[in-house]
Design a binder for this molecule. Structure first.
Ligand SMILES: Cc1cc2nc3c(=O)[nH]c(=O)nc-3n(C[C@H](O)[C@H](O)[C@H](O)COP(=O)(O)OP(=O)(O)OC[C@H]3O[C@@H](n4cnc5c(N)ncnc54)[C@H](O)[C@@H]3O)c2cc1C
Length: 275
């Protein structure tokens, strides 16, 4: 079975901008005719739902917690790498790209990693504009610390609770769109299955976790932003809900499953078994 990952053509450092420039745009007046179902309201799903709504799409967002604010993104601690070179220690998009490829044991998709390095600088600006209180130096400039696998200081952080502060920023952007009527939020709602029409995901089956009622939702596109699944292992620092159920249901409906070697466990949860 051949996997077509639809990597855009062209030189590595131009693939992503070429793809953006070649993509068809949807007229703003037509966007409200489309419904997007976003499963998950962590940093990935919450920001996707808020952004799509701000663009004018009709969005339905689902999570199993009692509030989008409690997605597991809240547990992230260390910080975000971005190639802003604020420390003037020689950082660049290429260096962040290379460090990430090397950190991924040369198994990551290069075009996707390059895109990550390219958008990293903008993400910090967006989060600051949202009010995320990244740590600052005495003079008021954003501080950086050095993370593993890097020879430069490029990690933007908010004490030991970067994920929590980011999720507050994401949640307030989502809340603004819920209040504006662009996003309808379904907390305490678990996705049970994906509805596939002609090879495209066009709907989901969900269960209300309070009443047990099962219902279906139709959409023009489905985004699964259902997070990590560390609890597929016996030992994990992830919450018990990070249990692969959503990804497994999509896989049963034909979605390919890739890179389980990138599942995050924290080595601190592995008990000592010898010297
Ligand atoms: C302790 C810890 C420290 C970390 N430190 C860092 C760090 O320093 N830097 C860094 O970059 N990353 C770090 N990470 C990783 C990073 O936090 C995560 O990769 C990221 O937050 C995941 O975001 P997400 O939106 O994909 O998933 P999540 O925040 O887990 O959100 C998943 C969402 O999907 C929903 N969901 C799942 N299954 C279903 C279902 N069946 N039906 C309905 N809804 C469902 C959940 O309700 C939730 O809303 C850390 C992670 C942990 C746990």
């Amino acid at each position: 079975m051949a996997l077509d990952s639809k990597i855009p053509s062209g030189p590595l450092d131009q693939k992503w901008s070429k793809h953006k420039n070649d993509s068809k745009l949807i007229n703003p007046a037509n966007r409200r005719k489309f419904t997007v179902l976003v499963v998950g309201s962590g940093l990935a799903g919450g920001s996707a739902a808020a952004t799509l709504s701000e663009l004018g799409y009709q969005v339905k967002c689902f999570c199993y917690q009692d509030s989008a604010r409690r997605a597991h993104s809240i547990a992230a601690q260390g910080g975000i790498n971005a190639a802003k070179n604020y420390q003037n220690d020689g950082d660049s998009v290429h260096r962040l790209f290379y460090d990430t490829i090397k950190g991924g044991d040369f198994r990551s998709r290069e075009s996707n990693v390059h895109r990550l390095a390219e958008v990293s600088t903008n993400i910090i600006d967006q989060c600051v504009a949202q009010g995320v209180p990244f740590a600052r130096e005495y003079g008021g400039l954003l501080d950086n610390r050095s993370f593993g696998g890097a020879q430069v200081k490029r990690t933007f952080y908010a004490a030991g609770q970067t994920g929590q502060q980011l999720l507050i920023g994401c949640y307030q952007a989502l809340s603004k769109e819920i209040a504006a009527g662009g996003v309808k939020m379904y907390p305490r709602t678990e996705m049970l299955d994906v509805v596939v029409v002609d090879g495209h995901a066009k709907g989901i089956v969900v269960r209300d976790l309070q009443t047990g009622e099962i219902s279906t939702h139709a959409g023009d596109a489905v985004i699964l932003a259902t997070g990590g699944y560390g609890n597929v292992f016996y030992l994990s620092t992830n919450a018990m809900g990070c249990n692969v159920t959503a990804a497994w249901r999509a896989h049963r409906k034909g979605a390919y499953f890739a890179n389980p070697c990138y599942t995050q466990i924290h080595t601190t949860c592995i008990p000592v078994s010898g010297e």
